[in-house]
Ligand binder design. Structure first.
Ligand code: IVH
Length: 700
């Protein structure tokens, strides 16, 4: 429907308006651009801008149209979005299902609050109670109960009429077939809610589909909305769709009198619905005393959205009192007493401008994409790792491409895909480097490995990375010794190998700009402290390929002095449980190289500890320790100790900590608010479940 050049034009216009908002003169192009995005999202299912970017453009359109007389009837603002397909039975909602206005930050919420005060004829500074709950990212449904029975369910449709889906609703266990509304004098009610699939269910559903060689679902939202409208209610059940109820929109008694006023307020009504057996947001919702508290609650949830079991794309802030709601009223499109607080976008599109290559501490070459800087979930992203050559070829990435970038929670931003339709032929393929960008040595790739590597041990870029890692928190943990110090000292020729770290010219450092006696003294103390590190840290800090923290500990348990490894054979290393043949080979290679031995000797002469410390020694558990041979797992919040401390205690008592509930688990210690793990363990029936106190008594 749209030609490649049109797509491109709309994309570029959008980007331009996201930088400098559209004006009245842009009205027609803005309408057409948004029409295009609607089509791309709903019809072609290939959105080329993020949700938040779309919302921002939509807002610009709304603001241009405010007060305008000749609003185009085909403007996207003139319709409530539509999920109706031609061939299904539709029903009229008892009252229209509206949409929500959007806000993006605390300031927007303050604006919303000012409008609320104005529309409710309240004085400036009055406090209003707001009920805040998650904005579930699924498909909305309307449920009608009459005489306590579920008699009808429908999708939102165009807001006035929805698609009838009663059989599917009946297949969802979270929707009660019967609910005692009559207890409250209610004869007929319409409830609104959102149907959604839990993140964990989504994963297992996709796993099953994969096994059956069916296509996997792209995301829980599509799987849920599709599952609402399928003709086969068994499929709805299979997808484990759950429905959260978030509004009682309509409630009348036998004589048709409106019962909502007698219920008083939203939060209380949701509690009532909970007591009738409906699934409601529970802990994820809160009755806030004013807009400031509401804003804090929204921000808290934004920070923990990834830990929540369901996909949510924001929070919804609602004036709690029904009386106030009624005073405030609606626009054509949304209630003026509620607003969505949209979380920052997780996806955005931008241009891939070029690729740079970084040399890692063991010579692995990492390609890094240079992007046209783009705002994503609260940060500006301009570089993202492309990992390795396969990552680039699998996605067919080219320089000049428009790419979709995603950042979810703590995950480092990454490129999801390139948008083929945005190509104009000028894009350049990415040809992976053949030589090390630092020392020009020919790169090599071992069979089965993803990374190309520079094998030159004298490669400067590699040495610098080794030094940076050696002093880092993960390795020798030299407090305050950051990357910039390493680079500076390396540049000045003061550190060329790991031993030099322990032989710094402190007097000269004190004279450097930005350093003083104080900071030098601090650095010196930190370095002296690191000299006493257990050898497991030292071993890890040497950047021997495949020698991680865990292997460092296993190896440290075996020797009284690090240089004993000089005489170890391949078989000796492989004889240690959990040390694999590759690391065994790397250890032999490292310790048979005289340069490395000299380096360690030099470090020792500078005071670095090479002897096994108490911390390095294997944990001594006597055969009659109370938990010998048992596996254990802690869940929920513990009252008298932290999780880590509990695990250490369990280990000392002979137990092995494991991380999942399975038939292998012997003991589950359930703290407060223990959730799914406890349920699973109970269901298994083979796990001994104990309280924190019982655990403490047992190991005492
Ligand atoms: S209230 C008149 N509350 O978001 C009240 N909506 O963009 C309008 N949604 O169509 C809705 N979670 O499907 C409300 N806690 C929540 C919600 C929620 C998700 C959806 C709903 C609505 C859309 C509006």
């Amino acid at each position: 429907m749209y030609s490649p050049s049109e797509r491109k034009q709309y994309f570029n216009l959008s980007k331009q308006w996201l930088k400098t908002p559209a004006e009245r003169a842009d009205y027609d192009s803005l309408v057409e651009t948004l029409q295009f995005h609607e089509w791309a999202y709903y019809v072609a299912s290939e959105a080329i801008i993020g949700d938040q970017e779309y919302d921002m453009l939509y807002k610009q359109l709304e603001s241009i149209e405010t007060g305008m007389e000749d609003i185009r009837p085909d403007s996207p603002t003139q319709r409530v979005s539509n999920d109706l397909k031609g061939d299904s039975k539709t029903v009229e909602h008892l009252i229209p299902m509206l949409s929500l206005g959007n806000s993006y930050n605390a300031e927007d919420l303050q604006d919303f609050h000012r409008q609320v005060l104005k529309n409710a004829f309240l004085d400036e500074g009055s406090a209003v109670q707001y009920s805040v709950e998650p904005k579930f990212d699924g498909g909305s449904v309307a449920l009608v109960y009459e005489n306590d029975f579920l008699i009808r369910a429908a999708t939102r449709g165009n807001g006035q009429r929805g698609e009838e889906m009663t059989a599917n609703a009946k297949a969802m266990s979270s929707i009660p077939l019967k609910a005692l509304f009559s207890k409250y004098g209610i004869y007929k009610a319409e409830l609104r809610g959102e149907s959604i699939i839990a993140k964990s269910d989504f994963e297992s559903i996709n796993a099953i589909r994969l096994e059956r060689e069916e296509d996997v679902f792209a995301n829980p939202r599509n799987a849920a909305t599709g599952g609402l409208r399928t003709k086969d209610a068994n499929e709805t059940k299979f997808r484990r769709i759950q429905t959260f109820v978030f509004q009682l929109g309509y409630a009348v008694d036998r004589d048709g009198n409106n019962m909502l006023p007698s219920l008083g307020a939203h939060f209380k009504t949701i509690e009532l619905l909970t007591s009738l057996g409906f699934k409601t947001p529970g802990e994820a919702s809160k009755l806030c005393k004013d807009i400031d508290e509401a804003a804090r609650f929204c921000a808290n949830w934004e920070a923990k959205r990834d830990d929540y079991g369901y996909e949510i794309d924001g929070m919804v802030v609602k004036v709690d009192s029904f009386e106030l709601q009624e005073k405030i009223g609606f626009t054509q499109h949304h209630p003026k007493w509620a607003i969505a607080y949209k979380f920052k976008a997780k996806q955005a599109t931008t241009k891939l401008l070029g690729v740079e290559y970084q040399v890692g501490k063991i010579g692995s070459i990492t390609p890094v994409a240079k992007l046209d800087p783009v705002a994503l979930a609260g940060v500006t992203v301009s570089n993202v790792s492309l990992h390795n050559a396969d990552f680039i070829s699998e996605r067919d990435l080219r320089i000049g491409d428009t790419v979709v970038v995603e950042r979810a929670g703590d995950v480092i931003p990454y490129i999801v895909k390139a948008l083929d339709e945005m190509r104009d032929g000028s894009e350049q393929p990415i040809t992976f480097l053949k030589q090390c960008p630092s020392c020009k040595t020919q790169l090599e790739r071992e069979e089965g490995e993803a990374a190309w590597r520079c094998v030159n041990v004298k490669c400067e870029a590699q040495i610098l990375q080794k030094l940076i890692f050696h002093v880092s928190k993960d390795a020798m943990d030299i407090d305050g010794f950051g990357k910039s110090y390493v680079e500076k000292f390396y540049e000045l020729g003061w550190i060329t190998d790991l031993a030099d770290v322990y032989n710094l010219p402190y007097d000269q450092i004190a004279e450097l700009e930005g350093f003083g006696e104080k900071s030098v003294a601090k650095l010196r103390t930190a370095i002296n402290k690191a000299k006493q590190n257990p050898i497991q840290r030292l071993l890890h800090s040497l950047t021997i390929h495949h020698l991680g923290k865990k292997a460092g500990k296993l190896l440290a348990e075996e020797v009284e002095h690090v240089l004993e490894f000089k005489s170890w054979t391949l078989e000796d290393f492989e004889g240690i449980k959990d040390i694999g043949p590759v690391l065994a080979r790397n250890m032999v290679a490292f310790f048979s190289n005289p340069d490395n031995v000299t380096l360690l000797e030099k470090m020792e002469s500078l005071g670095v500890n090479l002897h096994q410390t108490e911390e390095d020694k294997p944990l001594q558990v006597s055969a009659d320790a109370p938990l010998v041979g048992k596996t254990i797992l802690f869940t929920g919040t513990l009252q008298t100790m932290g999780r880590k401390e509990a695990q250490e205690k369990a280990e000392k008592a002979g137990a092995k900590n494991i991380s999942a509930v399975s038939s292998k688990l012997n003991i589950l210690v359930a703290g407060e608010k223990a959730g799914s793990k406890l349920k699973k363990a109970e269901a298994l029936g083979t796990v001994e479940i104990m309280t924190e106190q019982e655990f403490v008594d047992l190991i005492a």
